[in-house]
Write a new protein. Sequence first.
Length: 327
Amino acid sequence: EKAEWAKLKTAASVTADGKHFDVAANIGTPKDLVGANDNGAEAIGLYRTEFLYMDSAELPSEDDQFEAYKEVLEGMKGKPVVVRTMDIGGDKHLPYLPLPEEMNPFLGYRAIRISLDRQDIFRTQLRALLRASAYGKLRIMFPMIATLQEFRQAKGILQEEMAKLKAEGIAYDEQELQVGIMIEIPAAAVLADQFAKEVDFFSIGTNDLIQYTMAADRGNEHVSYLYQPYNPSILRLIKNVIDAAHKEGKWVGMCGEAAGDSTMVPLLLGMGLDEYSMSATSILRVRSLMKHLDTQELQDLVEQATNVSLSNEENEKLVAQFVKEHR
Ligand code: PEP
Ligand code: MG
C-alpha cells in the first residue's frame, strides 16, 4: 500500500469517475512547506498564522509577517495558499497580549472578535498579507465568523488597507486575491446561503463546528462520546454549506481533522466538497482512497447518512462497509 502511495506523490487527486479535487496541506509555519511539498500537496488549505504570534516575544512586525507569508506563497509556486488571520484566544494565549479572564474562553474573546476589536493588530496583519499577495495565489480567510456583519466589517477593513497600499504605490494582487471565511460556528453554517453571496469561498472547520454544534468541548474526555463527526446533524450542516456555496458558484474546502478522515472523505466526495486540507502526512492516504471511489455511487450513501436516523457509530459502519465493497 505504501508503495502505491509513493507513486501518488506527483499525481493529481482524481476519483474513479475522473473528477478532480484538491488535496491540500494544513501548515503552522513556513518550515512545514517541506512536508507539504514532499507529500504532493496541491495547495495550502490552512496556514494557521497564530504560531507566528505565539513564537514571538512581542507582536510580530509587518515586515516579519510579510517575510513569512511571502516565503509560503513563493514556496507553493503559484498553487493556492489559504492564510487564516490570527486565531488567538480559546486555549491559545500570547504573553504580550493580556486577554480577559473568562468563564468560557471558547465562547469568548478570540479570533476575529479580537481582530475587529484590536484593529491595530489586524491592520498590520492584513497589510503584510496584501504585500505578500504579489508573490503567489493568496486567499485570505477570517476565523470564527458568526455574523454577516462581522464579515462585512473585516472585509471593509481589508479594502481600506488595499486603498492605502494603492495610494502608497505598493504592489498587491488586485486580480486573483480571494477573501473567504471559516465555517466553524453553527450560525454561519445555517446561514451559508446568505454568506455565499458575499464571500469568495468557505473552509469548513470541523474541529470547532462539531464542538459548537454538539456543545461538547473538543478537548474534554468526559464528553468525548458527544464529539461525533458523523452525527447526521453535522453531516447536514456540512451539506448545507456545500450546496449553498455551489449555488452561488463559490468553492468550499474543509480544513478540520475530518477532511483527512477515511470515514468522512467518501461522504464529502459524495457531497461535492471541492478541497480537502489536512496534515501533510495524510495526503497520500486520502489521494489513494479517492482513486477508488465513484462520486455517483456515493450519492446513495450521502442520502442514507443524512436522512436515515442513524447514529454516529452506525454511519461510521455504513461508510466502512461501502468502502470495503468498492475498493
Ligand atoms: C477547525 O476549527 O476545524 C480548524 C481547522 O481550526 P483550529 O483547529 O485551528 O481551531
Ligand atoms: Mg477552529
